[in-house]
Design a protein around this ligand. Sequence first.
Ligand SMILES: *Cc1c(COP(=O)(O)O)cnc(C)c1O
Ligand SMILES: [Zn+2]
Length: 406
Amino acid sequence: MNFVTHLECANCGKHYDATLVHGLCVECQRPLWVRYDLDALGKKFSKKDLPGRPPTMWRYLEMLPVNDPAKIVSLTETVTPVVTAQRLGSSLGVKNLFIKDESRLPTGSFKARGMTMAITKANEFGIRRVAAPTAGNAGGAMAAYAARAGMESYVFMPQDTPAINVKECWLAGAKTFRVNGLINDCGRIVGEGKVKMNWFDLSTLKEPYRIEGKKTMGLELAEQFDWELPDVILYPTGGGTGLIGMWKAFAELEQLGWLKSPHKPRMISCQSDGCAPIATAFAKGERFAAKFENAATIASGVRVPVAVGDFMILDAVRASAGCAVAVPEETIAPWMKKAISLEGLAICPETAVCFGALEMLLARGDILPHERIVVFNTGAAQKYPEAVHEKIPLLDISKPIDWNKI
Ligand SMILES: *Cc1c(COP(=O)(O)O)cnc(C)c1O
Ligand SMILES: [Zn+2]
């Protein structure tokens, strides 16, 4: 039993029966929202129920589309901490900077939230074979949860995806392929294989449930801020499920009457100028984003030149009075080093993009120094050895140490 009433196309509004397996809307090929009976939900579940529950994302079970808790496929998706970033904050001239550290989730990125939910639903539906294109971490997460569920998984990733992502998929038993193209080319292969290989397509937003898992970032954040949401959220944007999911969480919490004030954060969608389709569409005032040609960035999680949920990202950003921005690719590696050396947190290159954006928006006056600012660290820096090029000195122990060089 759950409180899901139906699925609803985010673009044309067509309704779908949530007891059946669905991908994109068959009318317009756009993503489906999961809709709940929030009145009924609110009568059975209140924020007073939360304190005694285990500190995992499943503490919000009633707000998730699970039919049968026995079918949940989990690796223990811990509630991630909100860490204060005083030293980094003061270097930027802000007083209330927080980092929600998603790197602590299984497989080292927030992709775990979406995949635990999507694989759980696939498991409920009796699906035994799944596939996904990936820029990196989604593949690792899918492979891990598929292994946990005893499902077969197939991963297709761009040739130059970070080596760790390729290897983690292989280690978890996924049939792993590198492709001499970008994530959209990998997506085409997964789409074509649906008939030939009879697999279920777990691509970002091409099934309705990953977004529900990502929604728990917003639920956790609200609870951690004692139901008074922060002023600004900076989020690195690839396919957009993180940003869209959080915005959905805030809307549902508001409807349930759990928020202490109607004040919602401005959502800042952050991209590298090496791949900035959403920032480009935002600047042009458009609702749908054109494909970004020659996409290239070391922040592999945001190397997504075409996003099927582009309008959902842009709608959320605009509704929140936020913005979508692109920062110079060359600033990513220095920001990674600066953030990690100031705070000791393993900030991934995607999140380094957010710090570049924060600096830019502070300079523009679009973010103010006293505001409560949350940056999401979406993954662990340890997964990106390729992003660091510094030559580390080697000491030759066959000679006396030259202490002048230490
Ligand atoms: C996938 C990914 C992103 C982008 O997330 P979306 O929700 O797809 O926009 C950002 N950071 C990391 C580390 C990722 O793996
Ligand atoms: Zn539709």
